[in-house]
Design a protein around this ligand. Structure first.
Ligand code: NCD
Ligand code: ZN
Length: 344
């Protein structure tokens, strides 16, 4: 049995830089035609010039025949100027700005400390039609980590949308029933990406048989009721939900560490993981629109023309891939998947 899909895009990836980037970029470029590249490097990608240089490094890590298209994002800071926004708006290689609340996740220290400081940039983004991609978690340490997304919607997102109703927003890697519901019901223009790990696992996965750092990402996995709400959103045909893996490679030594880094590496087997989740929900017929149509339609880009094939064929996810000094452990390493990606 085979599943033939229009070639998909990944609307949220971390490719890192240098040798790490060289190791992971070919995996994403094998499955996806385009990918939205996160700007949380050290130092972060805050200007159009930096993003274009980063894009060249990404393309340089692939064979020149590869048709992969990186869609670059800029890291929003308290100091992002309206001028930088207008430069971004004129640069087709740039797809939007990424909002990291300062301290929310990996390399977010230089993120936004107070959205009030970004008013000029946000006004320019709204006026020029530049999308804002949001890591939607409050950073208030008194808020329980499992509630940070739901509280972000109440405290930050709803007021932001009152002030900037025409600003195009993608709520990235949503993890809760509240986020799925908000994105379904809110006024245009808003959409959300959903990762494979949040469709496949609930928070028990982090603790099953011992503490398992390879299942630790941010926003953290939630209760089963939230996983079910996300699965319903992804498989329900609603055009506001689309594929974004949030593949976030960290070397094994930094994952298997006393303070493990957050991030699941899914670049190797992204589509197979989604197919697994959609099959469990008996919704394989909804996978193509989620993976290949809703994203470009929201961003106003053409749908891809090529096709890819998933074959129904059991295979075992490798225990480790080469990556820097200590290797890279893919999500669910050693487990079996029923679908296997092949290029048509
Ligand atoms: C991401 C990373 O490692 O860059 N980690 C993660 O757990 N998702 C950062 C992010 O997207 O929050
Ligand atoms: Zn991410």
């Amino acid at each position: 049995m085979e599943l033939i899909l229009t070639q998909p895009d990944d609307w949220h990836v971390h490719l890192r830089d240098g040798a790490a980037m060289q190791a992971v970029t070919p995996h994403t470029a094998r499955q996806f035609k385009r990918a939205v590249i996160m700007p949380n490097l050290k130092p972060p990608v805050t200007t159009v010039m930096m993003a274009l240089q980063y894009r060249e490094r990404i393309l340089g890590s692939l064979p020149s025949t590869c048709a992969f298209e990186p869609l670059m994002t800029l890291y929003l800071t308290d100091n992002t100027s309206a001028h930088e926004v207008s430069l971004a708006a004129q640069t087709p290689e740039i797809i939007g700005f990424k909002l990291y609340p300062a301290g929310a996740t990996t390399n977010s220290d230089l993120g936004v400390s107070d959205l009030g400081k970004c008013r000029t940039a946000l006004e320019a983004m709204q006026r020029l039609g530049v999308p804002l991609l949001i890591h939607g978690e409050v950073t208030d340490k008194t808020v329980d980590i499992f509630d940070r997304e739901a509280i972000f919607i109440e405290r930050i997102l709803i007021p932001l949308r009152k002030d900037f109703p025409a600003l195009k927003i993608v709520l990235e890697h949503i993890t809760t029933r509240q986020a799925a519901q908000y994105v379904s019901e809110a006024a245009d223009p808003i959409a959300a990406t959903i990762t494979p790990q949040h469709l496949l696992y609930n928070r028990n996965a982090i603790f099953s048989g011992g503490l398992r750092p390879h299942w630790y990402c941010l926003p953290v996995l939630k209760r089963e009721e939230h996983r079910l709400a996300l699965l319903a959103a992804a498989t329900g045909g609603n055009t506001r939900f689309f594929l974004g893996t949030d593949t976030a490679p960290h070397a094994r030594a930094l994952k298997e560490h006393a303070s493990a880094c957050a991030g699941c590496f899914t670049g190797l087997h992204a589509l197979e993981l989604y197919a697994h989740a959609f099959e469990q929900a008996q919704a394989l017929d909804k996978l193509e629109a989620f993976a290949s149509f809703h994203g470009p339609d929201f961003y106003g880009l053409p749908r891809n023309r090529g096709i890819v094939t998933l074959k129904r064929q059991a295979w075992t996810i490798p225990e480790e891939l080469p990556f820097l000094e200590s290797g890279l452990v893919p999500l669910a390493a050693g487990e079996t998947l029923n679908w296997r990606f092949s290029v048509s």
